[in-house]
Design a protein around this ligand. Structure first.
Ligand code: GMT
Length: 373
């Protein structure tokens, strides 16, 4: 099959899912064409079946806002026509679904039929999508998608309650390639980050408000008062300055290692003991799954799709949003007993296997075949 993959190339779960899916499809012999404004950060080196088509928008002085959606739709038309694509798969509804619909209509007027699948990732529905500034356009482009997928049952329900869609939504959860995680183990030195044998907590995100990174610091501050512990922060984003300020206020900076944006966090994850994701909402929590694939238990909130991934008391714990004391108690419970920590690590890893690429890839391939019928 020839698949056009449209996504955000920047750090963020939807781009990671699209890129990893594209890479896996290419390995299976499909031809995958990425269409976006810069090379997706996880794409790495090219294999024979992977292609990248850059969308560029001319910087005309009249444009206060660049018309990216039009440029994207035009590029989709071009790539579908000249690369003879079979299907377009767009990740993150805004503005990818409406650009795909526009491309589909243009191509239909030339006698070319191209189906498009929209995969919903979370904030495209729960935060941005419900904004009246976008709602009618998203609703129309979703309803006209040849198929819609959502990364969790929770996001499906949120979408149905916001948009009143008639179109069916298939749930296809996020995935990891487990074999790649086991291969990365021990490549990074634990001793370098925790020279006195301290426990290591870790948080990975794009530091947006919705991630509540300040809660990570509050929990860590309480935990380290009870047991020797270090915190590794991976990522960067709008909340970074606030986090730096809070770390000085709490006097925790000496025990926190901020490594910034890392294209692939597998190696640094492999030295950690506990992952913390206290998000306000999380449609799936891919970062938590990546941690679990590295044998790290997860402390998360119980919102959105997280209960579909994290099993309370087994693969980690879940708490209410902002429940700092509860999260602290759970962190201490897991980290204070070596045998218990090992049990949680093993359970997290077992759970991650249910989301292995070998299980999920088939579901996407099946969907592609269905829309091509
Ligand atoms: O977390 C973000 O804001 C990034 C966003 C994205 O689109 O890149 O992540 C969303 O999609 C991920 C991949 O499907 C999910 O694992 C995240 O849970 C989801 N984020 C939220 O719902 C906040």
């Amino acid at each position: 099959m020839k698949i056009g993959m449209v996504c955000y190339p920047t750090f963020g779960g939807s781009g990671v899912v699209a890129t990893e899916l594209g890479k896996a499809l290419a390995l299976k012999g499909h031809q995958v064409h990425f269409i976006t404004y810069s090379q997706p950060f996880r794409l790495g080196h090219f294999t024979e079946n992977l292609f990248y088509h850059e969308v560029s928008v001319s910087d005309y002085p009249l444009f206060e806002y660049q018309p990216y959606e039009s440029a994207l739709a035009s590029k989709m038309v071009d790539v579908v026509k000249y690369e003879k694509l079979d299907v377009l798969h767009v990740h993150y509804a805004i503005p990818h679904a409406s650009a795909a619909l526009m491309a589909k209509n243009i191509l239909a007027s030339e006698g070319i039929h191209i189906p498009y699948i929209t995969t919903l990732h979370g904030t495209d529905i729960t935060l941005v999508g419900r904004d009246p500034a976008f709602l009618p356009v998203i609703c129309h482009s979703l309803e006209n998608s040849d198929a819609i997928t959502s990364v969790s049952e929770s996001l499906k329900q949120d979408t149905l309650s916001i948009f009143k869609l008639k179109k069916e939504i298939s749930v296809i959860p996020n995935f990891v390639d487990i074999s790649e995680y086991t291969a990365s183990a021990n490549k990074c030195s634990r001793h370098h980050y925790a020279p006195k044998g301290e426990k290591i907590m870790i948080h990975v995100s794009n530091f947006r408000k919705v991630k509540r990174v300040e809660d990570v610091l509050q929990v860590f501050n309480k935990v380290r008062q009870q047991i020797p512990c270090k915190l590794i922060l991976v990522g960067d984003g709008p909340e970074r300055a606030n986090i730096d300020r809070l770390c000085r206020e709490l006097n925790t900076c000496g025990d926190i290692i901020s490594v910034g944006k890392i294209a692939d966090p597998k190696e640094v994850l492999s030295i950690a003991d506990l992952f913390i994701l206290p998000s306000e909402t999380e449609s799936f929590g891919l970062a938590a799954l990546e941690a679990m694939a590295t044998k790290i238990p997860v402390l998360s909130t119980n919102t959105g799709g997280l209960p579909e991934l994290n099993i309370n008391g087994v693969t980690g714990f879940m708490s209410g949003v902002g429940a700092i004391d509860d999260m602290t108690e759970h962190a201490l419970y897991i980290l204070s007993d070596e045998k218990r920590l090992k049990t949680f690590k093993e359970a997290a890893y077992q759970r991650a296997q249910k989301f292995d690429i070998s299980v999920i890839l088939k579901q996407y391939e099946h969907l592609y075949k269905q829309v091509l019928k």
